[in-house]
Design a protein around this ligand. Structure first.
Ligand code: PLP
Length: 242
């Protein structure tokens, strides 16, 4: 049995109750994998680490992306696997021409590809450039921006903030002033917002409804940008369908 938990659910940024999940799944002899594509970076923030990620070290494997919150180029993901033997037995294969020395670590025995460029280099460069404090600042700043945007949009008549903002995701739904089709209205607000160009976000489907999914993660984003994004969204909402 493999249980796949979320550390930063794709729409809401929500985080599963990790300790409870690990207790139950491990008791049943299962394996806990955490999809932490966004959320694992909260561990870099002293402010968020304990409240959001307590127990994360009990997972059997965790995956995260650096091309999301760390702003490295596509495609750079990282997997942490506790059981080294399971990991290498899953991917290991031998071929005479590869001349794999048993005393050395070979990346090709730990993932699907044999030939791959050095995806780790941009990650190394970003971490060297930002440093521990720089990464923490980036994470805290994005989460603050998510709170700022959610608070601002919650004041706008006819706009719902659909998620509890804990990380860097804000889910918005825009009500059609004629009361006819909130899904279509939300999609139209999204199109206007994209055209306006002060920010970029796309729609998603949450609990069967169309929502606008905003992911605050760009290192260049400032608090003033968030104000502009909020103004652009409010304007798109007011101008659509009237
Ligand atoms: C939680 C989560 N998992 C997985 C993915 C997919 O990541 P990738 O496109 O790097 O495979 C995303 C993308 O937004 C995500 O937010």
């Amino acid at each position: 049995m493999i249980f796949c938990g979320h550390i930063g659910e794709i729409n809401t940024g929500g985080i599963d109750p990790i300790t409870t999940v690990c207790d139950i799944v491990h008791e049943a002899g299962g394996w806990v994998h955490l999809d932490a594509a966004f959320g694992l970076w909260a561990a870099a923030s002293p402010r968020l680490r304990h409240s959001l990620l307590a127990g994360v070290d009990r997972a059997d494997s965790i995956s995260t992306d650096t091309h999301k919150w760390l702003n490295t180029p596509y495609d750079c993901g990282v997997a942490f696997v506790r059981d080294q033997a399971s990991h290498s037995e899953t991917f290991r294969f031998e071929a005479g021409y590869l001349h794999l020395n048993p005393d050395q670590r070979h990346p090709s025995t730990l993932n699907i590809d044999i030939s791959r460029r050095s995806r780790v280099f941009p990650l190394w460069a970003a971490l060297r450039h930002l440093g521990r404090q720089g990464v923490a600042d980036l994470i805290d700043r994005s989460c603050d921006h998510a709170q700022q945007l959610a608070a601002r949009m919650a004041k706008e008549p006819g706009v719902q903030v659909c998620n509890t903002v804990t990380l860097n995701q804000v889910l918005l739904r825009f009500e059609d002033p004629t009361g006819t089709d909130h899904d279509a209205h939300t999609a139209q607000v999204c199109a206007r917002f994209q055209h306006d160009g002060v920010g970029w976000a796309a729609t998603s489907t949450w609990k069967g409804q169309t929502v606008l999914r905003l992911s605050l993660s760009n290192w260049t984003t400032s608090s003033e940008d968030i104000d502009q994004v909020a103004a652009s969204l409010a304007q798109a909402h007011r101008a659509t369908g009237r």
